[in-house]
Design a binder for this molecule. Structure first.
Ligand code: SF4
Length: 355
């Protein structure tokens, strides 16, 4: 099966998706690279930094999550951070090379008094010149429109797993609740960040069905985080069987082919991955990472290790693109050409940058 079109498709059948997964590994990665190169600078990786702005005691029962109040994971709980502290962290992230600052709160959905503070965080972080992303749980249309008005660029809301497997992982909300929030966010004019977690005991069919649901979203999510489960002691999934890394890479490649214009983010679980697995993920079309020492509550490869890996692979941080007129478009193309020519040097400079 060879994919010849790179347009957005929303009608992928499970048979088609399974056929991609079943391709010889080299053929799958070759196709994924072709699609990737048709849309992106193959050596540019978008960098986001993630901050937990409210940690733990979440009423939801997501079986993978140390922040759920249903499980005892020894996680230190934190109330909503002060706006100034969030802005301080955002400044540090920007200096470290992040183009997007993601803020996550462990809520089922935000309360109105919290939303006022969250709106202020968005305004101040955006004023630093960073893209903003939030993950706050379910939002209604009024909340979504307030966030959009405050300047929120992206809303993260993962589908997590397939519709069939969803009830095995979460019982306090439904798959269709998830889709409703995503539709609400889109209607409010924000970009969508939505992906899933692999290695939660799902089968191959569930992985295909998850990608099918993500690709059904119209337009496709601009960001598609593909996470490998981080098994946290105390959560119900702490002893689940490991997913073969090659299966994980296949999922990245299939996501790249199915959602050719989306940034596919190699997300949680990177700390547990070898450099070779990460390199394969980039080859398969992953072009976004979280950067920094921690994700919301689990570890992430330390920034200097990431910089060394970027240098080794000749990768460089993707420049932020905003609404652009012809002049800035031309300028951006010139900058990209220059970046290509200096890719190695840029990576070296990234290694030396103080983070
Ligand atoms: S994943 Fe989000 S909603 Fe689920 S328990 Fe963790 S913080 Fe709560």
């Amino acid at each position: 099966m060879t994919i010849t079109t790179t347009a957005q498709r929303h009608d992928w059948t499970l048979d088609e998706i399974n056929a991609l997964f079943a391709l010889p590994f080299n053929d799958l990665l070759f196709q994924a690279q072709q699609v990737h190169r048709a849309h992106f600078d193959a050596n540019a990786v978008q960098i986001s930094t993630l901050l937990s702005i409210k940690t733990g005691a979440c009423p939801e029962d997501c079986k993978y999550c140390p922040q759920s109040g249903h499980y005892n994971t020894q996680l230190e709980k934190e109330k909503l951070l002060e706006v100034e502290k969030v802005v301080e962290q955002a400044k540090a992230a920007k200096e470290a090379g992040a183009s997007r600052f993601c803020m996550g709160a462990a809520w089922r959905s935000p309360r109105d008094k919290d939303l006022v503070l969250v709106e202020e965080m968005v305004r101040q972080v955006k004023a630093l010149g960073l893209e903003t992303c939030m993950t706050l749980g379910m939002v209604d249309s009024d909340q979504a429109s307030r966030l959009a008005t405050a300047g929120l660029d992206y809303y993260n809301h993962n589908l997590d797993t397939s519709p069939d497997y969803y009830g095995e992982i979460i019982t306090t909300r439904t798959f269709s609740d998830r889709l409703d929030t995503l539709a609400t966010v889109r209607d409010a004019g924000m970009k969508v960040c939505s992906g899933g977690i692999l290695g939660m005991g799902e089968d191959a069919q569930d992985r295909s069905a998850l990608l099918q649901q993500l690709a059904k979203l119209s337009p496709h999510p601009e960001s598609v985080p593909i996470n490998m489960l981080v098994k946290v002691p105390g959560t119900p999934l702490e002893n689940v069987e490991d997913l073969d890394p090659i299966e994980f890479i296949r999922a990245i490649a299939v996501a790249r082919i199915m959602m050719p214009q989306s940034h596919v983010r190699l997300s949680a679980g990177r700390e547990q991955m070898s450099e070779s697995t990460q390199a394969l993920a980039f080859l398969a079309g992953a072009n976004s990472i979280f950067y920094g020492d921690t994700l919301l509550t689990t570890g992430n490869p330390q920034a200097d290790i990431d910089r060394a890996l970027f240098a080794k692979l000749g990768l460089h941080p993707e420049r932020r693109e905003t609404c652009e007129d012809d002049a800035t478009h031309a300028q951006r193309l010139a900058q990209q050409a220059e970046q290509h020519a200096r890719a190695e040097r840029v990576a070296e400079l990234a290694v030396d940058a103080s983070v």
